[in-house]
Design a protein around this ligand. Sequence first.
Ligand code: PLP
Length: 344
Amino acid sequence: MNMIDLVRKNIKELKPYSAARYTESAESYEYLDANENPFGEWNRYPDPLQKKLKKKISGFKNICDSKIFLGNGSDEIIDLVIRTFCEPGVDAILSPEPGYGIYKTYSQINNVSYIPVLLNGDFSLNVNTIKQGITPNTKLIFLCSPNNPTGNCIPLSAIKSVLEIFKGIVFVDEAYIDFAEAKSAIELIDEYPNLIVSQTFSKAWGLAGLRLGMAFAQKEMVDILNKVKPPYNVDDFTQMYASKVIDEYDIVKEQIKYLNNQKNWLINELNNLSIISKVYPSDANFILIKTEFYRDMMIYLKENNIIIRDRSTQALCEQCVRITVGSQTQNKLLINLLKNFKSN
Ligand SMILES: *Cc1c(COP(=O)(O)O)cnc(C)c1O
């Protein structure tokens, strides 16, 4: 299979916009090419290909920098991949549900039909249902591992099964992989030219406000995405700051350990509350719970200054809410409030 054949014709033929300084790397010139103001601290356009930051990520993840793509959050990467491969009004996208809502929203924005297929009752991936949902127009499959909002990982063997039956693009969203013990699907990219794996600095890395997402794929895929992306999609401050945070990974690692410990404590406490009928296991930094009293519980918590996420309208998630693991103080407050929660 040639991955290039999956790219939309107009994108394949696109001559990319050439940003000023695209090809220059030396920093000792007098720059009079990009109509910037010569004064100030943030007056220069950022590096469009984020070379320094990619080098840093390359060393950290032990992946060649030509296989790294960076986006303005991984949400931007999701949108870019749809626009690169899916012909509006023609192609279709398939994704298991319950899942991350952005896949459907961006499909609709791009006028690409979105086909949901159900996960199994225990939220595991059903490769057969996926197989049945694939049509000749299916161009892209989104898989999310650990899955939002259910919290479970998809085993690499199941991801491989999807790659074996589907020759379009398979996008594995690993926004929460840093919290999980499971192995990343990155190890499959050399084997499958149609695989793209995304991760983010927004969750475990604590940089949601900066907007930085990563994707890992073969060089051909990265090159095409670079053609389609806005030239300056990752700003200068973000490029510098993310490098600094990678240097301080020990802090992030400690926070992940802390949050996973807090998660286990929360799961234990939630399981002791009789009003909650189910606490789902989680490989992420959130917990999905089921309770018939979810509506009143959300109102009660909000009156007490705590916001949790209603997931009850999602497939297979009737009466479910999602709770993010917070600081120990926040988690204790939550549990104390729930202990005093009287459902009518
Ligand atoms: C939070 C989240 C993202 C968003 O990541 P950004 O990098 O902040 O855009 C992507 N995928 C899933 C499944 C998420 O839950």
